[in-house]
Design a protein around this ligand. Structure first.
Ligand code: SF4
Length: 359
């Protein structure tokens, strides 16, 4: 849906009126309608808030600011100190980028942040959202700042049927059309607050929302359907055969996987290659570590990796004393299997083959 000019203006006004009464009081913020805040503080808070909750950031922001109250003081700090101060906030690339950005702004911009979205976007650690947020909030630029909260609100407002991430460009264009020429910083923060406190992922509080009358998601009766999630791609399926070869003293024959690929370099019981269709009799014969009398277990072991599911048929055999399997490997005493560094999949295999007596 494309808003008319009037409806966009009306939506922005309604949101700003709501913000005047319901703005969250946050330590890095000026109250609604106040002058633009210090760009250093806006930037610092926005970087800290990436992937981290407001509750976690509050005390850490205060501590960080007490230690480095200005951009120049941060630029002069050793990176080790910044990383140590960041400890526990996670995503340490943020701290490295923060420090690199401070140094660039100090050295190349005479200590002043660029005041445009494009100028900010060129600095380390400032993606589309952060550059937009700093440009709007600290410099009053009429630009869109679109994070996950904002995407949700807009997808519901317009009942956007296109799933994410394909809908992102349309959402961004819609936000840009709504940003008012005056108080774009307040508008950006109001939209963030609406997403954080009212248009929440579950059970949005539509009855308290300033956009309810215009909201197509609300009108549909199912605002939580939006944003539409992309259909899950079917995971690839792989098949293989695993060979659990034991000795009469209970030791198990273990080999090492090739260094490349899934579980690369890790210990395993020998297996066939993991292929899209179950391996052929010839492939099973070649991969088998010994010409023993193999018994097939009735159920395969199933294991999910990030991008694929694996079904391993299990074959077990006992090698006569003195027998030597083919290929590189070693006999591991049953009691020492816990120290073999076996991946979860191989623990499952041994558990199935040894009747719950695996590591
Ligand atoms: S009316 Fe409900 S679904 Fe629509 S924007 Fe407001 S809170 Fe979100």
């Amino acid at each position: 849906m494309q808003a008319t000019r009037t409806s966009a203006r009306r939506l922005a006004s309604a949101l700003l009126r709501w913000y005047a009464r319901h703005a969250r009081a946050l330590p890095w913020r000026e109250p609604p309608g106040a002058k633009s805040p210090d760009p250093y503080r806006v930037w610092l808070s926005e970087v800290m808030l990436q992937q981290t909750t407001v509750a976690t950031v509050r005390p850490r922001y205060a501590r960080f600011l007490a230690r480095w109250p200005t951009l120049d003081s941060l630029a002069a700090a050793p990176i080790e100190d910044v990383l140590a101060e960041w400890a526990g906030l996670g995503y340490y690339a943020r701290a490295r980028n923060l420090h690199a950005c401070a140094r660039i702004v100090a050295a190349e911009h005479r200590g002043r942040f660029p005041d445009s979205e494009a100028g900010l976007r060129a600095l380390p650690g400032l993606g589309d959202y952060t550059a937009g947020a700093v440009a709007a909030i600290a410099f009053g630029r009429k630009v869109a700042a679109v994070d996950g909260n904002v995407e949700r609100v807009i997808a519901r407002l317009d009942a956007i049927a296109t799933p994410l991430p394909a809908a992102r460009a349309a959402i961004r264009a819609r936000v840009a059309s709504l940003v008012p020429p005056s108080r774009p910083g307040d508008f950006a923060q109001a939209l963030m607050d609406l997403g954080a406190t009212t248009c929440t992922p579950r059970q949005p509080r539509c009855l308290l929302c300033p956009w309810r009358a215009a909201c197509r998601g609300f009108a549909s009766g199912e605002p939580e359907r939006y944003p539409v999630k992309p259909a899950k791609r079917a995971r690839a399926m792989r098949h293989g055969v695993a060979f659990v070869l034991t000795r009469s003293d209970g030791a198990v024959w273990l080999t090492r996987r090739e260094s490349r690929g899934l579980l690369g370099g890790m210990r395993q019981v020998p297996t066939t290659a993991w292929t899209a269709t179950p391996p052929s009799a010839a492939a099973i014969r070649v991969a088998s570590p010994a010409g023993a009398s193999w018994r097939k277990l009735p159920d395969p072991v199933r294991h999910g990796f990030t991008h694929l599911d694996l079904a391993l048929e299990i074959r077990v055999a006992r090698l006569a004393n003195g027998g030597r399997p083919r290929g590189d490997g070693a006999w591991w005493p049953r009691a020492g299997l816990a120290q073999a560094g076996l991946p979860t999949l191989m623990r499952k295999v041994l558990d199935a083959a040894l009747g719950g007596r695996a590591p």
